[in-house]
Design a protein around this ligand. Structure first.
Ligand SMILES: Cc1cc2nc3c(=O)[nH]c(=O)nc-3n(C[C@H](O)[C@H](O)[C@H](O)COP(=O)(O)OP(=O)(O)OC[C@H]3O[C@@H](n4cnc5c(N)ncnc54)[C@H](O)[C@@H]3O)c2cc1C
Length: 483
């Protein structure tokens, strides 16, 4: 379709003030939190309603224009990276809380509402939304659904997928449907479950019915210091083996603590090899008993100091430090990659030691701050682009992700595959696995217009599997052509 006509059709769909085509403004959308990849989109669309989203997607379908859904752009795997000849559909104007139902502990929200805003808006009812990414002040619930986001408290409460009843979705053909249902028990295939975590490749979420939890009556938080990472790792295993499921178990190493203290002075002990943050919540008596047991286990596992937050302000300061950790690393390194991988919890110490060896071999530093209870690592690979360290840092980051798979874990725990890890997918999944996932994707999006280039490796271009060229399953199905 001729560019002026296409622009006019998009303007008819989302309103004239909902189309960005100014080259300078478009640059604001050229990347997400993975800033190493940048593509300026053809247009950005800012619809105000689900119907406008659907109308815009129908234009895309008619004209064969790829589209990329976008929330706040905090994703760390390049999931919202634009396509050069495509449009970005930003959900930022769909940011209303549509309904709060305290009796049934649920709320209906639009996708552009931030994660924290949900909890704030229901706090007066003693309720909150449990998944708590560190980016929760900014990231949107639409992005959380697309990434199946987690956070510190997902150890006990589960990920986004465990807190969604129903979503309204604009499918890639521009029709609107709902997945899931008001009840927790919906018959038939779990299409809602398949959609959550699909990274914007199956459609655009336009409304979400979230499940809310009652705030616990008691909360206790402690920080335990260790002079060995192994001891900290063993403590995590010991706590879970004792039958305790804390609300959160987070770990930070020396470098991460140094960065956090430089940035927000959260009161962590500088110079220790590792610190564990353990939070317990629930009924008062249960929390008191678990706190005593966790403290005992920390000492048994050679913790050198255990500090229990005495007030809610002290607890908030501990969390402020943890949640600021990624950004704080900017204090100790000009550039860094945030890696995201999972290992079995019992292999934490081994993994951290192997990461340290890989970092030494690459001549780079790695700071570790992560959800230890889940075995969900976030190694931060520190480098200086100006000093020519980018390529080494990229290799080190990929090697860490692949190490996680080798140790029986996963390429990603919560940040998604996106653009960043698409090439590494064959390390974790067989060709048959990937073909099965692709069949699901093509069932929703036969022509591949919805967030193309994400999640799935591109044969040969990525070089992910050495050997002769094999046609991509979409090519084999006659759905796409290699040009
Ligand atoms: C400092 C920092 C800390 C972070 N901490 C955490 C953490 O603790 N846990 C965690 O899980 N993540 C974390 N993240 C990653 C990120 O915040 C999450 O992935 C978040 O869910 C992304 O939300 P967003 O609104 O920014 O989405 P975007 O980055 O805009 O998009 C992310 C993906 O979702 C898709 N998408 C967005 N909206 C929609 C929609 N309405 N319909 C369909 N697809 C959509 C996009 O196409 C893209 O693939 C962190 C990021 C930063 C920068």
């Amino acid at each position: 379709m001729e560019p002026a006509r296409l622009r006019a059709e998009f303007a008819a769909a989302v309103g004239e003030d909902g189309v960005i085509d100014d080259p300078t403004e478009l640059r604001a959308y050229e990347c997400d939190g993975l800033t190493g990849y940048r593509v300026v989109p053809r247009l950005v669309l800012l619809p105000r309603t689900a119907e406008a989203v659907a109308a815009a997607v129908r234009v895309c379908a008619r004209a064969g224009v790829p589209f990329v859904p976008r929330g706040a752009g905090t994703g760390l795997s390049g999931g919202a990276l634009p396509v050069a000849d495509g449009v970005v559909i930003s959900l930022q104007r769909l940011r209303s809380i549509l309904e709060i139902d305290p009796v049934n502990c649920r709320a209906v929200v639009q996708p552009g509402v931030t994660n924290l805003e949900i909890s704030r808006s229901v706090a007066a009812h003693g309720l909150y939304f449990a998944p708590d990414p560190s980016s929760q002040q900014v990231c949107t619930i639409g992005g959380n659904v697309a990434e199946n986001s987690g956070g510190a408290h997902c150890l006990k409460y589960g990920f986004t997928v465990h807190h969604i009843h129903e979503i309204e979705v604009v499918l890639p053909n521009g029709s609107i449907t709902t997945l899931g249902g008001e009840s927790d028990h919906v018959a038939g295939y779990d299409l809602l479950g398949a959609f959550i975590g699909s990274e914007g490749t199956l459609g655009v979420v336009t409304s979400i019915t979230v499940r809310l939890l009652r705030k616990p009556t008691a909360v206790q938080t402690l920080v335990a210091d260790f002079d060995s990472v192994d001891d900290a790792g063993d403590t995590v295993t010991a706590i879970i083996a004792a039958g305790i499921v804390p609300a959160a178990v987070e770990m930070m190493d020396t470098l991460a603590i140094e960065a956090v203290e430089a940035a927000v002075a959260a009161g962590y002990s500088r110079g220790v090899a590792a610190a564990l943050i353990v939070e317990l919540d629930g009924p008062v008596d249960e929390v008191a008993a678990q706190l005593a047991e966790v403290e005992r286990l920390c000492h048994e596992q050679r913790s050198i100091a255990v500090k229990i937050a005495a007030t809610s302000d002290e607890r908030a300061t501990i969390w402020k430090g943890r949640k600021a950790a990624f950004a704080a690393v900017g204090r100790i390194s000009p550039d860094y990659f945030v890696q995201d991988g999972v290992v079995p919890r019992t292999r934490l110490s081994e993994t951290l030691n192997r990461i340290s060896e890989l970092a030494d071999a690459a001549g780079l530093r790695v700071a570790n701050v992560f959800h230890a209870g889940d075995g969900n690592l976030h190694p931060l690979v520190l480098y200086s682009e100006a000093a020519g360290e980018l390529e080494r840092a990229e290799h080190l980051s990929s090697a860490i992700a692949e190490l996680c798979v080798e140790l029986g874990g996963s390429l990603s725990g919560e940040h998604g595959i996106g653009t960043d890890k698409a090439c590494s997918m064959p390390r974790q999944f067989t060709e048959a696995d990937l073909a099965t996932m692709l069949r699901l994707r093509t069932a929703y999006d036969p022509v591949g217009l919805c967030n193309p280039g994400k999640v799935f490796p591109t044969p040969r271009l990525c070089g992910e599997r050495p050997g002769p060229h094999r046609p991509h399953p979409l090519e084999a199905a006659g759905l796409i052509e290699r040009t």
